[in-house]
Design a protein around this ligand. Structure first.
Ligand code: 2RA
Length: 340
């Protein structure tokens, strides 16, 4: 016996990956419904070897469905997630709407799976932002061993984090560089993204940080440890899929690079590829379609008392979104619904 699963936003980048991953991981699905907004209605999507037709989110009745994986913006989530939750269908939400709600658990299964039991207050579980998800997977085993005091992170985030429009803009601008007759002005991004980098993701806050940077701070505290200090600089780069992060970490206790490598090698969700030679590290193009968070370039930082630096890369549509949501669904099945 399996679950009745709804995927909301099934035609988007993340919704399609959710369907791929549910099929790949053989999630026990008895029945599946794929929903979209009116403008994408009737679009067909793949689920394993099946083709499914999308139904209308606005008129769908969530009663009798076990769980709904939401991959739509905050506006649609605000309207439909409470309806699903009130109908008894547990929501796993990929938007930022509920992430900071104290009555909604924010889950990365490798880090805080036990917190899932908090789902019952609202029947909603939140999925973190892509840049946070891979970072906390890398930090958790090191924090358990040597207690992290502070993290300085710079991200190199791919355009797929901004959806299909972001990917199209990079593609069209790149082609236009070789065809000066065509002009593709910035639309999704604030400056040209082709052959450029942009230190701006999401909106600016009064503090001068961007919301993306603030999310990395707030979400790390909620998922891993409120005592950890985080400062982030989030940058969009002309890469289609795969977010990279350069992390500098200060610990309370000493931790040398060899022990850090040993810990990371054994940690769940991590692949350590760290050869200290040309090519002995992972780049975003190599992590596309993969589940793991890849760690490379582990080294000591002698400018602080107990410091390490490392490089962390992951598929932002997978661990950063769809995979993490499906992993939450798996934990929900195993610990709460217990049908599969
Ligand atoms: C981005 N963090 O990369 C977003 C996606 N969730 O823009």
């Amino acid at each position: 016996m399996g679950y009745k699963v709804v995927v909301v936003g099934a035609t988007g980048n993340v919704g399609r990956e959710m369907l791929n991953i549910l099929a790949e991981r053989e999630f026990p699905v008895d029945e599946i419904a794929v929903l979209a907004s009116r403008k994408s209605l009737g679009t067909e999507v793949s689920f394993g070897d099946k083709t499914l037709k999308t139904k209308d989110l606005a008129t769908f009745d969530f009663a009798g469905w076990d769980m709904a994986l939401f991959a739509v913006g905050s506006e649609a989530t605000k309207e439909y997630a409470p309806k699903a939750a009130a109908a008894g269908c547990i929501v796993i939400d990929n938007s930022s709407l509920y992430r900071y709600d104290p009555d909604v658990p924010l889950i990365v299964p490798e880090v805080n799976a036990d917190a899932i039991m908090g789902y019952s207050k609202k029947n909603i579980i939140a999925n973190p932002n892509c840049s946070t998800a891979q970072m906390v997977v890398a930090l958790k085993p090191l924090h358990d061993r040597a207690k992290i005091k502070r993290v300085v992170v710079a991200t190199y985030q791919s355009v797929s984090g901004a959806g299909k429009e972001g990917m199209d803009e990079l593609w069209e601008q790149t082609k236009a560089v070789y065809n000066p007759v065509v002009d593709v002005p910035p639309a999704k991004f604030s400056k040209q993204i082709a052959f450029n980098v942009i230190p701006h993701i999401d909106v600016f806050l009064d503090s001068g940080e961007t919301k993306e940077e603030w999310k990395m701070v707030a979400e790390t505290k909620k998922i891993l440890d409120p005592k950890i200090k985080v400062t982030a600089t989030c940058v969009r780069v002309p890469v289609f899929v795969g977010h990279s992060e350069a992390l500098n970490i200060e610990f309370e206790e000493p931790l040398d690079w060899q022990e850090a490598q040993d810990i990371l090698r054994e940690a769940p969700g991590i692949m350590l590829i760290d050869k200290r030679e040309a090519g002995g590290y992972v780049t975003p193009i190599e992590c596309v379609g993969e589940y793991a968070t890849y760690i490379s370039r582990v080294r000591e930082d002698s400018t602080v008392e107990h410091g390490l630096s490392l490089w962390c890369v992951s598929d932002n549509l997978r661990k950063g979104a769809a995979l993490n949501a499906v992993q939450i669904a798996e934990v929900l099945g195993q610990r709460v619904l217990k049908k599969g």
